[in-house]
Design a protein around this ligand. Structure first.
Ligand code: SF4
Length: 339
């Protein structure tokens, strides 16, 4: 019998049937107290999940908050590699993700096995990986990076040493241009979810809104193509603000622009509109919504807290090696926030 895509494709239907009403919020808070859990939500989560969380932010900042928190359980409302990063930095805590099927197309574009084969082809090369990678890939990595510090991380490596940069090809191209480094080899991965934020669309939206500022979040796989285009001059440089999540919210409070185009996942609009309700924020591409992020539904969060699922495990040796690659990045400085 011929196997079809439908036979093999995983079921990614989100858990449903629960409204994010006041009773739900009360129950979530009660269960979180009972479990001694801190609730973390990534900026690209559904607004109701962001609202109920104790902390909202980007992946690395949330992982660090988790490590410093006194709570014994972390409920990470984000995608799987983010919850893994929290576990890597907090090995003694219980880490739950409300739906373990919430993956990441960018993280999935490089497996540890592929990375080992690539390393074998370039003996002696230093491996630099973006935070959007699995724990297994981080364990094979020499230095982790975010988009904020990718250039600094690569610049810290002796010029005569080959560098393997993975998995995001747009960020890799940006780093290669900035460092002028010929011995930087780039893995051809990308975030397929946001392939829609492309050059012509960005240029067209900017031309149609000449007074608007353009906020580009560099710490997201989906926006690294926009980062590259801004550097190429595809959009007017004086309007382009390349900002981390925190700086994006700060800039929203400070800007005199009446409208802002935002090139990143649409979930970010929620935090920006809260920060500056008088500004008209619009997505460069309103289809830029990550289906994996949106799998963390009110029903999934309730299930997670009620049943203590889905627990994230990273074996001790993988966690130790992965943690070393994150710590090397932090030692170089200014890690920014990851996606
Ligand atoms: S937006 Fe793209 S890079 Fe970010 S979690 Fe979703 S699939 Fe991964």
């Amino acid at each position: 019998m011929t196997e079809t895509l439908t036979d093999t494709a995983p079921d990614l239907t989100p858990y449903g049937g629960v409204d994010a009403d006041a009773a739900w919020a009360d129950e979530v808070r009660r269960l979180a107290r009972q479990r001694d859990a801190v609730l973390l939500a990534h900026n690209y989560q559904l607004p109701e999940i962001q609202e109920i969380a104790d902390h909202t932010g980007d992946s690395l900042a949330l992982s660090r908050i988790a490590a410093e928190s006194e709570a014994s359980t972390i409920v990470f409302c984000g995608v799987h590699f983010m919850a893994e990063t929290a576990k890597i930095l907090s090995p003694d805590k219980t880490v739950l993700i409300p739906d373990a099927r919430a993956g990441c197309s960018l993280a999935d574009s490089l497996t540890a096995e592929q990375l080992r084969e690539w390393k074998a082809q370039h003996p002696g090369a230093v491996v630099v990986s973006y935070v959007n990678t699995t724990a297994d890939v981080k364990a094979e990595t020499d230095i982790c990076c975010t988009s904020s510090n990718a250039v600094d991380v690569v610049a810290s490596i002796p010029a005569d040493q080959d560098v393997l940069f993975a998995p995001d090809q747009f960020l890799g191209a940006h780093v290669k241009r900035e460092t002028g480094r010929e011995n930087l080899h780039i893995w051809a991965g990308e975030c397929h979810v946001h392939a829609g934020i492309n050059g012509p669309e960005l240029a067209e939206r900017a031309a149609a809104n000449p007074d608007a500022d353009l906020f580009i979040h560099p710490e997201c796989g989906c926006a690294t193509s926009a980062l590259y285009l801004a550097g190429e001059g595809t959009v007017p440089a004086d309007k382009v603000k390349i900002l981390s999540t925190g700086d994006m919210v700060k800039q929203a409070r400070d800007t005199s622009a009446k409208s802002v185009l935002v090139a990143t996942e649409v979930g970010m609009l929620h935090q920006l509109r809260k920060a500056a309700p008088e500004i008209d924020f619009a997505a460069v591409n309103d289809r830029a919504s990550c289906r994996y992020m949106k799998m963390i539904t009110p029903a999934a969060l309730l299930r997670s807290l009620r049943d203590g699922v889905d627990e994230v495990h990273v074996d001790a040796e993988t966690a130790r090696r992965a943690r070393a690659s994150v710590e090397r990045m932090i030692a170089i400085g200014q890690p920014g926030g990851g996606e």
